[in-house]
Design a protein around this ligand. Structure first.
Ligand SMILES: *Cc1c(COP(=O)(O)O)cnc(C)c1O
Length: 492
């Protein structure tokens, strides 16, 4: 395979026959036989094309690869709706303590009391933060938390002898909301936001009937606007026996400010990898606990933590439970990190984090408003959605503005979302960024605006400073090449 310009060469390409890393045979160290470890049937004498490399080659290869990514640990990453805040290193250290990291998921409860106690405390803290009665740490991500919550809602209605088939979702919703509705077997009814960017109780009243199982809404919504009529909306839903599902992925605006439970929510999922500073998995482990009001507790997934005289145990004998959605009980190392974060900040620290997140978003909005006006006149919470007129004035798209930001060392904001805002730039700075970083971002955005008007061709081919400029993202997602084949062999 020819190396792409700027790319790190594949290990297979760098391979030299007979080259080795450390070889302990010369000093007589015992050689474990592979067959004894994994069984004869899994062993091969030869692996065709296996790369042969020295130790420094391997180290350089992986270190170079790791630096090709934009990362929150390296750059400002104001990706709206994703809450890319700093992941404190102490959380990783706690999760790596041997007592946690080496614990096998099948360890009997009486030998894992510390881990179970930590989970129980985390459940308690999340219940307190959300104003809800019961928490399950089981779901592996926000989207799986949504699915879990909707399955719980369905099981609850069935138990009451109701077969409700519809879920109302606003037109500003995150894409996972309609997807979760379909997966859970509901059909979706779209509620329109008003021109100020929020949901009116009137609109919900218009759509409500006895077939509605729930309204699914995020608050603050995807415009970064706090839903001002949410309490009234919750009351309307409850009058008709429907539930309020609050998508809690935007909780970073609400810690110590408002509790979903007090706003009338019956179900809320939390994204530990957003609000509670655990790393975003890049497809790897996340955690999307759900919290519910007491009447929904029996339907939560198993296993559930249970306190007995002998200590904590995991209880799977819950006849009304929706069952399991994944293996074991959750992504435990993420739970350790989230718990560590909550304990490190404490009640006052969490409230300050949300206040600073709101302050940072409004600071950016204010400093950019003459060139990139906000999509809404309402005050912003933890993120702001900006617009521009560069398409009309200079033929420059939002996509090109975003690509040019990479040349200034910034990860672009979320673009073209929410769908109800034409050419949106959704900026979420989070609380962990300094004023200097925010000012540098403002400078870059202002400079890009000027470039668009004077040298638009500069934006057309940006980024100019990275190993790759434009990638066919659709092709890469639809037909990823994950396996190397020697020259001449067809790619499958
Ligand atoms: C991120 C997000 C989700 C989905 O969470 P994942 O953990 O990525 O599955 C759902 N809703 C909103 C509003 C979000 O921002």
């Amino acid at each position: 395979m020819p190396a792409l310009p700027g790319a790190v060469p594949l290990l297979f390409v760098e391979s030299v026959a007979g080259r080795r890393g450390a070889d302990l045979r010369a000093c007589g160290a015992p050689q474990p036989r592979a067959a004894a470890l994994v069984g004869e049937e899994l062993c091969r004498e030869e692996i065709a094309g296996f790369p042969e490399l020295s130790e420094p080659q391997v180290l350089r290869h992986f270190l170079r690869l790791s630096q090709l990514n934009f990362a929150q640990a390296l750059q400002f990453y104001p990706l709206g709706s994703c809450t890319m805040k700093y992941n404190p290193v102490v959380n990783d250290q706690m999760a790596a303590l041997p007592g946690f990291a080496a614990l096998h998921p099948l360890t009997p409860a009486h030998l894992a009391q510390g881990a179970l106690e930590l989970m129980a405390r985390l459940e308690g803290a999340l219940a307190e933060i959300t104003g809800m009665d019961a928490v399950s740490l089981h779901p592996a991500a926000g989207a799986q938390g949504e699915l879990t919550g909707l399955l719980v809602a369905r099981a609850y209605h069935r138990k009451q002898g109701r077969m409700r088939s519809k879920v109302i979702v606003p037109d500003s919703a995150h894409g996972t909301n309609p997807a979760s509705c379909s997966l859970a077997g509901f059909s979706m009814t779209v509620a329109k936001s008003n021109r100020r960017g929020f949901l009116e109780a009137r609109e919900i009243a218009r759509l409500l009937d006895d077939d509605v199982a729930a309204l699914m809404v995020t608050n603050p919504n995807t415009l970064g606007v706090f839903e001002p009529e949410i309490v009234e909306i919750a009351a309307l839903l409850h009058e008709r026996g429907a539930l309020l599902y609050l998508d809690g992925a935007n909780m970073n605006a609400l810690l110590g400010v408002a509790k979903p439970g007090d706003l009338g929510a019956d179900i809320v999922q939390l994204n530990l990898h957003k609000t509670f500073s655990t790393p975003h998995g890049g497809g790897g482990p996340g955690a999307g606990p759900i919290a519910v009001k007491a009447p929904l507790d029996p339907f939560l997934p198993v296993p559930r933590l249970k306190r007995t005289e002998a200590g904590w145990m995991l209880d799977s004998k819950r006849p009304d439970s929706i069952g399991r959605l994944r293996s074991f009980y959750g992504n435990f190392a993420m739970l350790v990190r989230g718990y560590c974060y909550i304990r490190a900040l404490g009640t006052d620290g969490l409230a300050l984090a949300s206040r600073l997140a709101i302050l940072n978003a409004n600071y950016l909005r204010k400093r950019l408003e003459d060139l990139y006006p906000s999509a809404t006149a309402e005050p912003s919470m933890h993120e702001c959605v900006l617009t521009h007129d560069l398409e009309k004035r200079a033929g420059v798209s939002t996509f090109e503005v975003a690509k040019r930001l990479l040349d200034f060392g910034f990860h672009p904001p979320t673009i073209y979302f929410p769908l109800i805002v034409h050419g949106a730039l959704m900026v979420e700075p989070t609380e962990t960024e300094s004023k200097e970083t925010l000012d540098a971002f403002v400078d870059a955005m202002r400079r890009i605006h000027a470039e668009a008007l004077t040298t638009p061709e500069l934006l057309k081919e940006a980024p100019h400073t990275l190993p790759f400029s434009r990638i066919d993202e659709v092709e890469a997602a639809r037909h990823p090449i994950l396996r190397w084949r020697p020259e001449g062999e067809p790619q499958r």
